[in-house]
Design a protein around this ligand. Structure first.
Ligand code: C2E
Ligand code: CA
Ligand code: CA
Ligand code: CA
Length: 279
């Protein structure tokens, strides 16, 4: 009854009604896009700050829309999450990223681990480890070559259950990163119990390191926390030489950002690997 009341209210509020209509259309389009596999992955290199070599990559999804061109995940991931379509989409991303990495290896390239973003719903769905196991098996990718990026907020929803799931994932042999670190609210007390391998420092902190002393000290502290806990520190969104120099001085382990490369189509990423391009 409550639902009915709400939708009849929407019916009488024209601008809200229009927004609802747009959302419904987008949802339908997303459903079709999934059936027709209108998605593609771009790969952004991660670079080891000591060796300067590419040491991994992050797979980032795009929607190839017939009329609207490439649509960024910010425009459809939230709706996919809300409607549950994120689960089949996320599985597609995982299968595609694993298959692509195997293909690079089969083509004779020195493959690097591939990182995939997991959404909250995917993470909480009960059969996650079984699904991952089957995806790995079908693709032929070793578990050690797959990394999952989780965010603090999806973990802090129910930290105890999350720690349990993370342990299962680690048991499969996967690597785990805590993404957008510093933007959520995980307490240090929990952080110490998370079986993760890397902390990814959010772009918003990296932006200010070369100009703003408080921004710089936040980044220094996160790197220290990571190292004290035996984790790697990864800086995302690195765009300038000054940021790079700062991160080097602080002993940050890996870097990802436009300074080295934007996210690339698979062929272009393969070309970088082939060249052995370094920082
Ligand atoms: P994220 O996981 O924090 O990914 C990093 C984002 O920063 C990417 O945006 C990347 O293109 C962008 N980026 C990388 N280097 C730089 C830089 O130097 N400067 C700037 N300004 N930006 C940089 P993108 O590809 O638009 O993805 C946005 C978000 O969408 C991701 O943020 C992630 O949360 C989500 N996402 C992307 N792919 C997937 C996916 O397959 N599944 C799920 N669940 N989420 C995804
Ligand atoms: Ca990420
Ligand atoms: Ca991130
Ligand atoms: Ca981010």
């Amino acid at each position: 009854a409550k639902r009915l009341e709400r939708s009849s209210f929407l019916f009488y509020a024209p601008e809200m009604n229009q927004r609802l209509q747009e959302t419904l259309e987008l949802e339908e389009a997303l459903r079709q896009a999934l059936e027709q596999e209108q998605f593609l992955l771009l790969y952004q290199p991660k670079v080891n700050l000591v060796t300067g070599q590419i040491c991994g990559c992050e797979a980032l999804v795009r929607w190839q829309h017939a009329q609207r061109g490439l649509i960024s995940p910010a425009q459809f991931i939230p709706l996919a999450e809300e409607t549950g379509l994120i689960v089949p989409l996320g599985d597609w991303v995982l299968r595609q990223a694993c298959a692509q990495t195997c293909q690079w290896r089969d083509a004779g390239l020195q493959p690097v681990p591939v990182a995939v973003n997991l959404s909250a719903r995917q993470f909480r769905k009960g059969d996650l480890t079984q699904r991952l196991q089957s995806i790995l098996q079908h693709s032929g990718l070793a578990a050690g070559e797959l990394e999952l990026e989780l965010t603090e907020s999806m973990i802090m929803d129910n930290p105890q259950q999350a720690v349990q799931i993370m342990h299962e994932l680690k048991q499969l042999g996967l690597s785990l990163s805590l993404d957008d670190f510093g933007t959520g609210y995980s307490s240090l007390n929990y952080l110490r119990r998370f079986p993760v391998d890397n902390l990814k420092i959010d772009r918003s902190f990296i932006r200010d390191v070369a100009t703003d002393t408080s921004g710089a000290s936040v980044v220094t502290s996160i790197i220290q926390i990571a190292h004290n806990l035996g984790l790697g520190a990864v800086a995302e969104g690195v765009e300038t030489r000054d940021q790079l120099d700062f991160l080097r001085r602080c002993g940050c382990d890996q870097l990802q950002g436009y300074l080295f490369s934007k996210p690339l189509p698979a062929e272009d990423f393969a070309a970088l690997l082939r060249e052995g391009r370094s920082l």
